[in-house]
Design a protein around this ligand. Structure first.
Ligand code: PHE
Length: 527
């Protein structure tokens, strides 16, 4: 329910009711309440007319207001009158500097101009002295009509009709205007009459239609507060990007600038085949253990890409080695174990986005086959979520994001890999890089990427990289001279460094502070 009426609102309603249908002038109400007209309009008339309690009919008035100069003359007399009064009080002709000293040069000049025109003052040219005009003396001074008119206008509140009645006629007002002593000003007031809903005005206004009002039927007689469609809405507080999404966008832009296209990575559940086997990762590799990887119970298995040529058989041969394997891989000995299709079919939550890369490379190989063996080079990237059965601590979560880039072309070398990685990390503000040999089942050689962080004043590991092994690429059917260089890094690590986040659980997961997301800067330029 709306609160009661403001005192000024009550006063206006009282005045309108008392007038019994006659229009009430808003100026009268303002005067009787002792408030400026504008206050009455802003605090009472607007609200009551919006509620249709009052009808306001605008009335324009031409009023006259004194300028600052006009106001001083109203008080001190017009310059011409001041001049004659000064001369009447003095004995003999007065020199100009003499008059200036008494009246000020400004008043003297204007006064001289007007008074000489009127014949009130004469000047003796040879001596440059001023004296009263013919017939004037201290006992017979002209009346100061200008000051009188100015005072009449001021006292009458500028009202033209009232001024005319007391002798400030149109011609006089125009003359004052010409001398810039008074100016006409149009003011707007209102004639106030009762509105259609004046009867409701004193009743509290309902701001909402409640269930109780519907049940009791009281809504029928209720006065409802009208909607204020001009009200400013509340600031929308939603729609803030999470820190990781902001940094993801920066990485995405870096890849796009470098001419990479984004891979479809919308597949969290992956078969072991694409996550491991296609990457030449042996089935007894510890990473494939449930201590490291989440296995799905339902659906527990996936189908293998049997339809795609004899790809699965070639992967199996590469793992098993022997003559069949060497034929596929160009001489690799393989791992020499019995590869199991059942193991490859197990569904898992993907442990790296390299599974996405593997699918994409196999598709490029298939495209090459359908293009009659013509391979089209490709530069691709993905930034998406991966899952590992990690022990959670300040820097590890069971799910995080990987950024992965890949370039496939004829005869790429380790030099290309280092060059691309330099360009990539330089765009993030890291230009001091070091490479350190490492091992991945699917790359050879494999290089860890370390960057010097000026802010932290130390070397930090920023990624992992390598050239995909022939045991991975040849079973797919890629031409033997096609090399694929690739690198990967987590999204969380550079985000934590950029935003100074110490604990990864403050960045991602159910414990994060939503307000921090709203307050975070849109972007951080440096690494
Ligand atoms: N897949 C690797 C990881 O999980 C990153 C990587 C991608 C390494 C591509 C080499 C090539 O860290």
């Amino acid at each position: 329910m709306a609160s009661g009426l403001a005192p000024l609102e009550s006063a206006v309603l009282d005045a309108v009711t008392a007038a019994g249908g006659e229009a009430v002038a808003s100026t009268d109400v303002a005067a009787s309440q002792g408030v400026p007209h504008s206050v009455l309009v802003d605090t009472a008339l607007k609200t009551l007319s919006a509620r249709e309690a009052l009808t306001l009919t605008p009335v324009s008035h031409e009023a006259w207001v004194l300028t600052a100069e006009g106001a001083t003359y109203a008080a001190a007399g017009s310059p011409e009158a001041q001049l004659v009064r000064h001369l009447a009080a003095a004995t003999g002709g007065q020199s100009l500097p003499n008059v200036d000293a008494a009246l000020g040069a400004g008043v003297r000049k204007i006064g001289m101009q007007q008074a000489m025109r009127l014949g009130w003052v004469v000047m003796d040219r040879p001596t440059k002295t001023l004296a009263l005009g013919a017939g004037l003396s201290a006992d017979a001074l002209p009346t100061d009509d200008v000051a009188a008119a100015l005072n009449t206008l001021r006292d009458g509140g500028g009202d033209a009709a009232a001024a005319a009645a007391t002798g400030v006629d149109e011609a006089t007002r125009k003359a004052l205007q010409k001398r810039k002593l008074a100016t006409p000003k149009t003011t707007k007031t209102f004639a106030i009459t009762p509105g259609a809903r004046i009867a409701d005005a004193r009743r509290p206004q309902a701001t909402e239609l409640s269930r109780e009002m519907l049940d009791s039927g009281s809504w029928r007689g209720a006065a409802f507060k009208p909607y204020n469609f001009a009200a400013k809405g509340k600031d929308v507080a939603g729609g803030h990007l999470h820190t990781l999404l902001k940094v993801r966008e920066q990485f995405r832009l870096i890849f796009l600038e470098m001419g990479f296209s984004e891979m479809d990575s919308a597949r969290y559940v992956e078969s072991s085949f694409w996550n491991f086997d296609a990457l030449f990762q042996p089935q007894q590799h510890p990473a494939r253990d449930e201590h490291d990887t989440f296995f799905l119970s339902s659906p527990a298995t996936a189908t293998l890409p049997e339809g795609a040529g004899d790809y699965v058989a070639r992967v199996k041969a590469a793992h098993c080695g022997g003559e069949a394997g060497a034929a596929v891989t160009g001489g690799s000995r393989g791992y020499r174990y019995a590869w199991s299709a059942a193991e490859a079919r197990k569904n898992i939550l993907r442990t790296h986005t390299t599974a996405v890369t593997a699918r994409m490379l196999q598709r490029l190989a298939a495209d090459t086959a359908s293009a009659g063996g013509v391979f089209t080079p490709a530069k691709m990237f993905s930034i998406d979520r991966v899952f590992r059965n990690e022990t959670l601590d300040a820097t590890h979560l069971a799910e995080f994001h990987q950024i992965e880039g890949m370039v496939a072309d004829h005869n790429l070398s380790l030099g290309h890999l280092k060059g691309v990685i330099h360009t990539f990390f330089k765009k993030m503000g890291m230009d001091r890089l070091r490479f350190k040999p490492t091992h991945n089942p699917y790359t050879e050689p494999s290089l860890e990427v370390h960057a010097f962080h000026a802010g932290l004043n130390k070397w930090v590991e920023v990624g992992n990289s390598g050239m995909f092994r022939p045991e991975m690429l040849l079973p797919m059917g890629l031409p033997p001279d096609v090399r694929v260089i690739a690198w990967g890094l987590s999204l969380e690590r550079p985000t934590m460094i950029k935003y100074g986040v110490q604990n990864i659980r403050d960045l991602f997961g159910h414990k994060i502070d939503l307000e921090a997301i709203q307050r975070n800067p849109i972007c951080r330029i440096t690494f």
